[in-house]
Design a protein around this ligand. Structure first.
Ligand SMILES: Cc1cc2nc3c(=O)[nH]c(=O)nc-3n(C[C@H](O)[C@H](O)[C@H](O)COP(=O)(O)OP(=O)(O)OC[C@H]3O[C@@H](n4cnc5c(N)ncnc54)[C@H](O)[C@@H]3O)c2cc1C
Length: 411
């Protein structure tokens, strides 16, 4: 088995172009949006700046890196996508500008795999064209989001329609979405608890779908909504995948989507480490630069080692997906590790920056607020640990060795 993460000249060229685009177009526009306060002071200029970046990305062929060419995408595999996502996420708007942002990116994968041709034309095409927004509505306030077999939102059939009632929250993008992939319980007595739920495509707005509020979070009110669903009627042709396949569809969606989060988190952690080193080379205290102090070097070294581990884990999990190998455990381990690494590295970078790191004069404070949810959304740490342990125990029981559970590598 060869281990070679070098890129083909074509992919290296794409990576270079993405990096240059982020440096030359996205970061300067972001700086202008922030310095002129466009988001709050001049909404038209703000939207114009955003859409102009998207148009430039589209014209430059840096559009939909995760989608196949027939859907207007760059047709990259997951290893290649890791390079692009990790470049794009060095800026705040980068993934959105390239149209590979959560949750649309995961929803595009889901529609590509599960939707009928008609559904693809109606929902996937506008998403790919950048003309629509989407959301994925699964979590409910009343029951543990970690266990989708508990979902209470319920759908019953009435002729050619399904009637849905329930309550969802933390639905990202819902306030601006044109449609939702909604998970509801349709089977009261399934053979398996995992076969109780079904996915439906819901147009927004629809009678019976009400946005109660955008939830205020520790990083502000940035588009995670609480939704009340009351006698919402959808035609049976709006079912996505088969009856009882909602759990399967959710799991299918979450595999690559979790890894895509990891790719973006690696970019954020690398930015934090770059800033940590830069600050340590420029701040003088107690007779020397911070970079010359062992306590600071330990923080730099720990962050460097952890970032290296994170990159290897993500590349390996991506490689397994690309090669049709079982990837659940590797994605689970990567998601857990990268989410925790991200929190640690940003925290250390804030420490090295002192009061400046705590201020909002650098992006670190904002990054820290966002990083916190990484440890429980898309699978809480403890749930991933539970699954990882189950697979490790099963591997040992099956073969007398845990080796296959630790990445199934040749060492
Ligand atoms: C920023 C953000 C965006 C989100 N976007 C979406 C979205 O677009 N769509 C959507 O449907 N949802 C979304 N969510 C919700 C997210 O998926 C849930 O928060 C997540 O699934 C956890 O569910 P919960 O919050 O109900 O926590 P719970 O399930 O109540 O879990 C709480 C804690 O209990 C512990 N725990 C749970 N199970 C176990 C176990 N088996 N063993 C040990 N400990 C355990 C863990 O510590 C866990 O953190 C989002 C959340 C956030 C914060």
């Amino acid at each position: 088995m060869s281990i070679d993460f070098s890129l083909t000249p074509e992919i290296e060229e794409i990576r270079g172009r993405v990096r240059a685009f982020i440096d030359d177009v996205v970061k300067p526009t972001e700086a202008r949006i922030q310095s002129e306060g466009l988001e709050h002071n001049d909404r038209d200029a703000y939207l114009h700046a955003l859409l102009d970046m998207r148009k430039q990305a589209y014209d430059a062929g840096l559009w939909l890196p995760h989608m196949p060419a027939e859907w207007g995408g760059m047709g990259l595999g997951h290893v290649e996508l890791a390079m692009v996502q990790a470049e794009a996420a060095k800026s705040y708007y980068g993934p959105w500008v390239l149209n590979c942002q959560a949750p649309d990116e995961g929803n595009m994968h889901t529609l590509l795999h599960w939707a009928t041709d008609e559904q693809k034309q109606k929902y996937l095409k506008p998403l790919c064209d950048g003309r629509a927004w989407s959301c994925f509505a699964m979590t409910e306030p009343e029951v543990a989001g970690s266990d989708p077999t508990l979902i209470r939102t319920h759908a019953y059939q009435d002729g050619e329609e399904w009637v849905i009632n329930g309550h969802k929250w933390f639905i990202s993008n819902a306030h601006r979405a044109n449609f939702a992939i909604l998970i509801a319980r349709t089977e009261d007595d399934p053979d398996l608890p995992q076969a109780a739920n079904t996915a439906f495509l819901v147009d927004i707005p629809s009678e019976g779908w009400t946005e109660v509020r955008q939830i205020e979070t520790m990083h502000g009110s940035t588009g995670h909504s609480e939704i009340l669903i009351e006698d919402l009627r959808v035609h049976e042709s709006q079912m996505l995948g088969g009856r009882g396949q909602g759990h399967l569809l959710g799991q299918y969606r979450l595999g690559p989507a979790r890894l895509a989060h990891c790719m973006r988190w690696i970019a954020q952690a690398e930015t934090a480490l770059d800033m940590m080193v830069d600050r340590s080379l420029n701040r003088f205290a107690h007779g020397s630069l911070l970079a010359e102090k062992q306590g600071i070097q330990w923080m730099i070294a720990d962050s460097t080692m952890e970032l290296y581990q994170a990159k290897l884990m993500v590349l390996h999990a991506a490689y397994r997906i690309d090669n049709g190998l079982e990837f659940k455990s590797e994605v689970s381990m990567a998601k857990h590790f990268v989410a925790n690494m991200l929190n640690r590295v940003i925290d250390r970078s804030i420490q090295v920056h002192g009061a400046l790191g705590y201020s909002t004069d650098t992006p670190l404070a904002h990054m820290y607020q966002h990083a916190r949810w990484a440890r429980f959304a898309d699978g809480a740490d403890e749930v991933h640990q539970m699954r990882i342990a189950q697979r490790t125990i099963a591997a040992y029981k099956d073969s007398g060795s845990t080796a296959s559970a630790t990445g199934d590598l040749p060492i």
